[in-house]
Structures are given as C-alpha cells and as structure tokens.
Design a protein around this ligand. Structure first.
Ligand SMILES: NC(=O)c1ccc[n+]([C@@H]2O[C@H](COP(=O)([O-])OP(=O)(O)OC[C@H]3O[C@@H](n4cnc5c(N)ncnc54)[C@H](OP(=O)(O)O)[C@@H]3O)[C@@H](O)[C@H]2O)c1
Length: 330
C-alpha cells in the first residue's frame, strides 16, 4: 500500500566534526547565556514551540503562550500581551520567538482566509508589537519558494509559493521584515520532526507496524530537521550579533522522503528494504508538494552561527534521546 510524505499538517507529512555543531551548541545555548534573556514563545503547544520551551525552561525565564493563551490573529490581544510583558521590570533582554502557524497544508487550500489570519496577520501583529523594542524570531518555511530549483535556495532568492499555505507564510515573512526591519528575523526551515506532536517520523514508525512494505516518494528532496537542533539554532541566533533579516536553518545535507524513511527504518532496527521508492504522480493532493525544498546554509554560516549537523546524524541522535516518543511509546 502506498504512503505519502504529506498528511494533515506540514509537520506530519505523512515524515561531528572538529568544529562545534548544533548538538554541542544547543547545550550551551540552552543552559548558560540564555539566562541573560527573557523569552516569550508563541505557538508553545506545537512541536517546535514545546521543544523550545522545554530547552529554554531548563535555565532561562520563559513565557510560553499556546494558542489558548494568545490568538495571534487578534491584533489587540497581541499588542496588549506584548506591551504588558515588555513593561515587566527586568534587566534581562527580551526575545520573542514565533512558532505559531496554520500548518495544515492541504486544508489551507480551501481555508486560505483562516491560514492568512494566522500566518500573515499573526507575524505582522507580533512585528508591530515588538519593532525596535525586542528581537522577533519568526519561523517560516521552504514553501515560500516554487520548489523547482536544482541548487539550494538562498535567503533572498525570488519567492514563488505554489500553495495557499506558502502564500500565507510569505505574507508573514514580508510583514516581519517590513514592520520590524531592525529587529525582525525570518528563519525558514523544512521537514521538521521531533518528540512533540505529530510528524513524519512518527507516522512512518506507525506504518512500519501496520504494513509489510511502504512505497514512499523518491522525487521530492529536502533536509530533515530535528526540533532540538532547530530550537538550539533559534536560541543561538537570538543571542548572536547577526543582523535582522532572512535566514535558513535546516538539518545539513539533503535526501528524499524515501531515503529518509529507509533511515528511519534503520533506526527502528527494521529492514530498510521494506521501504520502496515511488513518485509523486502516485499521490494527488489538494496542495502540491515541492520537488526541491533544500535551503542554503551559506547565510547562516556567514553570520557566524554554528553549522547545523547533518540530517542523518541528527536522526540518530533524535532516536537516542527521544526514541520512546518517536516510536509512539510515550
Ligand atoms: N512542521 C514542518 O515540517 C515545518 C516545515 C517548515 C516550516 N515549519 C514552520 O515551523 C513553525 C513551527 O511548526 P510546527 O511543526 O511546530 O507546527 P505545529 O506543531 O502545527 O504548531 C503550530 C502551533 O501554532 C498554533 N496556532 C495555530 N493557530 C494559532 C493562532 N491563531 N494563534 C496562536 N497559535 C496558533 C497551533 O495551535 P493548535 O494546535 O491549537 O492549532 C500549534 O500549537 C511554523 O511556523 C511552521 O510554518 C514547519
């Protein structure tokens, strides 16, 4: 039976070296310097938001706001919440990280207005509330690009979203840069998985139990990104000297959903030959998936930020640390 790299949400698409790596960096970012800052995380109930709050909360002062605490589409609520938080007496440097989004890629095709309110108006509201007063790290997606390139997308390459989700995320990216040019950071990522919430790795783990063989598309390329590494990168960026602007942050290297699934089977101790390649033609979905989602690491490295570790090593580390969750056992 076929399976697809794209189910309900973007997060559930169906999916060391001599220098310091994201793995090393995350420990210092999560423990030491982060205490000089106070952090406000929106979308704190999502897979990335939960990872961030867990990582930061070990040492730093964190305000975690899930959707029930703050609806980003509500401009007045965003303004009063941020104003009150910034007004709290503190010597710590305030940072806002926005991980909230309407991530249901297929549903957005028939619900673009709702997606726009979250993905477009939400970041604009946050940018307006923080501009010039606090760094805003806003998380975005490879879906803002056409997905037909053959070399990794640079941060300022032309955008050309092919889906409602991508269009609405692009509106948010542009709003952050327009409204908060000196304090707004847009960080695009891709193929995110981790311990919290549904994602591709958990879906494949479940399917490995239900089916003897799986067909997974081999003609869509991207870079799997562990939430722990991404959260660590966002924290490092927030504390760095990097100028406001667009950045890309994914696992290093590239692969296909098919090869990624084979690697997942290997981590599960299963025979990777049970995973067979197929093509995107086998799956017709409301929102077309990008054939090429690889994002350039050049600007991230150029800003002096720690290189992200390669996606395969990160997957292994993820199973070592979060194996129970990724196996759907916790
Ligand atoms: N997952 C991926 O593969 C991937 C790839 C590239 C980029 N990204 C980007 O990475 C970021 C984090 O994604 P994720 O995987 O952590 O997504 P997620 O697990 O779907 O989390 C998003 C969170 O945003 C919340 N939210 C939705 N509407 C909201 C609103 N109006 N106000 C406040 N919060 C709201 C959701 O709450 P409810 O659950 O209650 O709706 C959810 O907790 C997003 O910006 C996404 O676009 C993700």
């Amino acid at each position: 039976m076929n399976t697809t790299p794209a189910s309900a949400t973007e997060s559930a698409p169906e999916t060391e070296s001599a220098s310091e790596t994201s793995a090393d960096r995350s420990q210092s970012a999560g423990a030491g310097d982060a205490t000089a800052y106070r952090w406000l995380v929106t979308g704190a109930g999502g897979q990335l938001g939960t990872e961030l709050v867990t990582l930061l909360g070990k040492s730093a002062q964190v305000r975690a706001l899930a959707r029930a605490d703050l609806d980003l589409a509500d401009a007045e609520a965003v303004r009063t919440t941020i104003d009150a938080w910034l007004a709290e007496p503190s010597d710590l440097t305030p940072v806002v990280i926005n991980t909230a989004a309407y991530t249901a890629v297929d549903a957005a095709e028939s619900d673009e207005g709702t997606a726009l309110a979250v993905n477009g108006d939400g970041p604009r509201n946050l940018a307006a509330a923080t501009a010039g007063r606090a760094r805003l790290i806003h998380v975005s997606t490879d879906y803002v690009f056409a997905g037909d390139a053959t070399v990794p997308y640079g941060v300022d390459d032309p955008t050309e979203p092919r889906t409602a989700y991508g269009r609405t995320k692009l509106v948010g990216d542009l709003a952050v840069r327009e409204v908060a040019p000196d304090t707004g950071y847009v960080v695009r990522t891709a193929w995110v998985y981790g311990a919290y919430g549904p994602n591709f790795v958990k879906t494949m783990t479940k399917l490995s139990r239900d089916r003897e063989t799986l067909q997974v598309v081999n003609d869509q390329l991207g870079s799997p990104t562990w939430t722990y590494d991404l959260a660590s990168g966002l924290i490092e960026l927030a504390m760095s000297d990097a100028l406001a602007g667009n950045y890309h942050c994914t696992g290093s290297g590239q692969t296909s959903w098919f090869e990624f699934t084979r690697a997942i089977f290997t981590e599960l101790g299963l025979d990777p030959q049970r995973v067979e390649p197929t093509t995107s033609d086998a799956f017709v979905r409301p929102a077309p998936r990008p054939a090429f989602s690889v994002l350039s690491e050049t600007e991230w490295a150029g800003a002096g930020l720690t290189p992200m570790r390669d996606w395969r090593g990160a997957l292994h580390a993820a199973f070592e640390r979060d194996g129970a969750a990724l196996r759907n056992e916790s």
